[in-house]
Design a protein around this ligand. Structure first.
Ligand code: ADP
Ligand code: ADP
Length: 226
């Protein structure tokens, strides 16, 4: 599913202009990294696409041909993954993954089948019945990914999803994640402040500074025009 932002801006209630008016297109199935220093507006841009923040008047956001500008988060059907995992710590892996599917009121057999599928996909079979509390950081991040994949989103928004992990694990999970995104042709926006990570995972990289997209291009383009 493609995403088109037209004149999208965000001013927070305290007057902070977190995002200047921005035009941006994400093609169906492409992986785009948002790269930039802390405070440049990456998370704000992601939250606007997710429907977690309302953009300023005059903004418009389309998913394919649908205008979602005024659609709340529960109707946008985008998946999200955060650095902080945002899992239920006392619940099992299986229960965490099933939770969102239950909210969607899918039949129990379908929930079980999808949960088993993503558990396998993310190599979590040995941990399905363990509590989140008992897992390592890397395992928790796999659970967060599995949970995001379970509803079969066409769009996945990832906010520094690997930043809490050590370097070796980060590279491994990044490659596995990229393979899954490509296999299911998911349009993915991957926020990071790590240039190497942005270049390694993305089809295109958008470089942000002070609430603006300064530059957008393929890793090759950016390498030749830094
Ligand atoms: P990044 O993800 O690149 O670190 P953010 O989108 O989180 O940047 O923040 C962009 C700017 O907006 C920063 O100046 C930040 O302090 C400010 N900001 C973020 N959230 C809020 C909020 N809820 N209210 C006011 N200002 C905010
Ligand atoms: P089909 O159109 O035949 O379902 P897909 O390639 O879209 O073909 O999907 C093949 C299988 O992969 C699906 O049956 C489903 O089990 C799984 N799948 C598809 N999309 C996703 C997704 N976003 N996340 C997890 N699993 C998915």
């Amino acid at each position: 599913m493609s995403i088109a932002l037209k004149n999208v801006a965000k001013t927070y209630p305290d007057g902070t202009k977190a995002l200047q008016p921005t035009d941006l297109e994400f093609r169906a199935g492409e992986i785009v990294s948002l790269l930039g220093p802390s405070g440049c507006g990456k998370t704000t841009l992601l939250r606007l696409i997710a429907g977690l923040e309302r953009p300023d008047a005059g903004s418009s956001i389309h998913f394919d041909t649908d205008d979602v500008t005024r659609l709340p988060v529960e109707h946008r059907r985008v998946g999200m993954v955060f650095q902080s995992y945002a899992l239920f710590p006392n619940m099992s892996v299986l229960a965490n993954i099933s939770y969102g599917l239950k909210m969607q009121k899918l039949p129990a057999a379908e929930i079980r089948a999808r949960a088993d599928e993503v558990i396998k996909m993310c190599q979590l079979e040995p941990y399905a019945n363990r509590s989140i509390d008992a897992l390592s950081g890397g395992q928790r991040q796999r659970v967060a990914l599995a949970r995001a994949f379970a509803p079969r989103p066409r769009i996945l928004l990832l906010d520094e999803p690997l930043s809490a992990l050590d370097a070796a694990l980060r590279d491994k999970l990044r490659d596995e994640l990229a393979a899954l995104l490509r296999r299911f042709k998911i349009t993915a926006i991957f926020v990071t402040h790590d240039q190497d990570e942005a270049l390694a995972i993305a089809d295109r990289v958008a470089v942000m500074r002070n609430g603006r997209v300064m530059q957008i291009g393929t890793p090759e383009d950016l390498y030749h025009n830094p």
